[in-house]
Design a protein around this ligand. Structure first.
Ligand code: NAD
Length: 389
């Protein structure tokens, strides 16, 4: 049994904050952390206690759940400096509920085992509505005896909890889930457009086919929204693209061709390039031409953006990511980077191609030591303009 008194939770975004609320409702007391302070304030109002790092969360709670965007975030939150493992003691458990690459789950599991800490990868399906209702489908990878000990805790957030295999199996199952969801959304959209262009009422078509072989949960959830022209995002395009990217990566490792996944990943990339991501106003505070050199972490930048622009944590983090993407683009397009230099970015100036991901073609910028130094000036302003576009 999990210690009913203390559960730690790291990552309080669209999903995490509702999962925290359900754990509180189930009687657990929560210690929480997010790199964006405003995200912690939201759940503090519901009774969670904010901590100053993932390490502190693990020092206070023997059971720590993480719910962050991607593999690199899970690694940073669990294995990184001030991360969960630094604060965890022998006999405690880390349950990573983020959707990440299965190989990264296995890497994190090994690091946990080396410290005598138990680990489960336990990604979810069901979206924000499922997180709110506590009805998520939870796919778990790890040891059976550990699963048995924590299934009660997972029950506070989900309606279906299935042990799928050893470490990484939860995330492999989640990748299978995402392939099916993405392909289904695309097929429903394509079919309804065809029906509409042929002069049919798409709602009638939906009603006619939803009980047949083509019917699906995806169709029931998405078709009415498509027909009503309601394209409010429930799951960020960027995250779906991330999942398909991880699926393709895993397929490559296993020698499994995934042609439909690959096509849809490209389509999502086009949507992102078409500006179908929310990029609100950027901060001015840090970027005064002629100002002093600043040293700042990405999370600090996200916090300032959130405060200045009245954004939630996810929006601020998206904006920081977009900003770094724009910086990376500036660099690989050959714009001067000396003003940003100081050995801070691990970008090889002699070979600009090193800063483009060879698989996705996406520009990548890796800050050294998780610190970024900005020297305000023209180059930075150029990057900001691009991020704003
Ligand atoms: P989100 O971006 O809204 O939230 C992630 C949160 O993690 C943010 O608040 C961010 O500030 C925080 N964070 C990032 N790195 C951190 C770190 N190192 N330490 C502490 N906090 C950190 O994302 P989300 O929609 O809540 O999704 C979380 C995970 O769940 C993702 O892997 C996603 O793919 C998966 N998922 C999402 C949905 C959905 O519908 N949103 C559905 C199923 C699964």
């Amino acid at each position: 049994m999990a210690d009913k008194e203390r559960v730690g939770f790291v990552g309080l975004g669209i999903m995490g904050k509702h999962m925290v609320r359900n754990l509180i409702k189930a009687g657990y007391s929560l210690t929480v952390y997010d790199v964006v302070a405003t995200a912690m304030e939201e759940v503090a109002a519901d009774g969670a206690s904010p901590a100053s790092s993932s390490k502190e969360v693990a020092e206070k709670a023997p059971t720590v759940i993480t719910m962050v965007p991607d593999s690199a975030d899970s690694e940073a939150a669990i294995l990184g400096p001030d991360g969960v493992l630094e604060g965890a003691s022998r006999g405690s458990v880390v349950i990573d509920m983020s959707s990440i690459a299965p190989g990264t789950s296995q890497k994190i599991a090994s690091a946990c085992e080396a410290k005598g800490v138990d680990f489960l990868d336990a990604p979810v399906s069901g979206g924000e509505p499922g997180a709110i209702a506590g009805s998520l489908a939870i796919m778990v990878g790890g040891k059976k005896q550990v699963f048995d000990r924590y299934v009660g805790l997972l029950n506070a957030m989900g309606a279906s909890i299935v042990l799928c295999g050893g470490y990484g199996a939860g995330n492999t199952t989640k990748l299978a889930n995402q392939i099916i969801v993405a392909a289904n959304i695309e097929a429903v959209a394509e079919a309804l457009v065809l029906a509409k262009k042929a002069g049919l009422d798409p709602n009638v078509v939906f009603q006619a086919i939803k009980g047949g072989l083509a019917g699906s949960n995806v169709m029931n959830a998405k078709a009415p929204m498509m027909i009503a022209g309601d394209f409010t995002p429930g799951f960020r395009i960027k995250l779906h693209q991330k999942d398909l990217h991880n699926a393709l990566l895993t397929g490559k490792e296993l020698g499994v061709p995934l042609p439909v996944t690959s096509l849809i990943q490209q389509m999502l990339g086009s949507l992102m390039n078409d500006g179908k991501q929310q990029i609100p106003r950027l901060t001015r505070r840090l970027f005064i031409p002629g100002g002093n050199l600043q040293t700042i972490t990405k999370s600090h930048l996200a916090r300032i953006l959130a405060e200045e622009n009245n954004l939630n944590g996810t929006q601020a983090k998206d904006l920081v990511d977009a900003f770094f993407q724009a910086l990376a683009e500036s660099i690989i397009q050959g714009e001067k980077i000396e003003a940003l230099g100081f050995g801070v970015f691990r970008v090889k100036e002699t070979n600009p191609k090193n800063s483009r991901n060879p698989r996705t073609g996406e520009a990548v910028l890796v800050p050294a030591r998780r610190k970024v130094m900005f020297k305000p000036g023209k180059v930075l302003k150029g990057a900001l303009m691009k991020a704003r576009e």
